[in-house]
Design a protein around this ligand. Sequence first.
Ligand SMILES: Nc1nc2c([nH]c(=O)n2[C@@H]2O[C@H](COP(=O)(O)OP(=O)(O)OP(=O)(O)O)[C@@H](O)[C@H]2O)c(=O)[nH]1
Length: 144
Amino acid sequence: MSTTSNSPIASPVNVAVGILMKPNGDVLLGQRPAGKPMAGYWEFPGGKVEPGESFFDALKRELLEELGVEIASAEPWCGIEHQYAHAHVRLHIYICREWRGEPQSLEGQAFAWQGSVGVEPLLPAAIPMIEWLDELRSEIGLAA
Ligand SMILES: Nc1nc2c([nH]c(=O)n2[C@@H]2O[C@H](COP(=O)(O)OP(=O)(O)OP(=O)(O)O)[C@@H](O)[C@H]2O)c(=O)[nH]1
């Protein structure tokens, strides 16, 4: 059976996502710039994995392109699959605590460090991560 890229049963697109976390538990979110699907929604930094690329290499490339930071290490945290009208995505989410450089807005996006995340609207697939992040902060002894 043939499918098109818009079919609900098409293979998901792999996306590498990085949650930059400071020692105090604050995490970095960016706002999708004009011209991208769902512009104006807040998300964690990242983007599509290219053919032949590992998830971790995609993560390093995307964070360098978007924010100008070099990821020194990151731990795989969780995966989320979501079907949008424009795409079926599989997010491979990493927590990054070590990076070099200060994040810069290299794609014209707004960004914000957040403790308990308050920016809106969030991409739907990022919403469950907020509750899990609050749990993670409590587990490691940081206020949610
Ligand atoms: N980076 C990121 N993408 C997310 C999150 N949640 C989520 O559903 N996505 C989805 O994952 C996909 C990421 O694709 P993208 O368009 O940002 O990727 P990209 O930077 O490679 O874009 P490009 O194709 O314009 O070069 C989008 O469909 C986006 O809606 C999130 O928290 N962070």
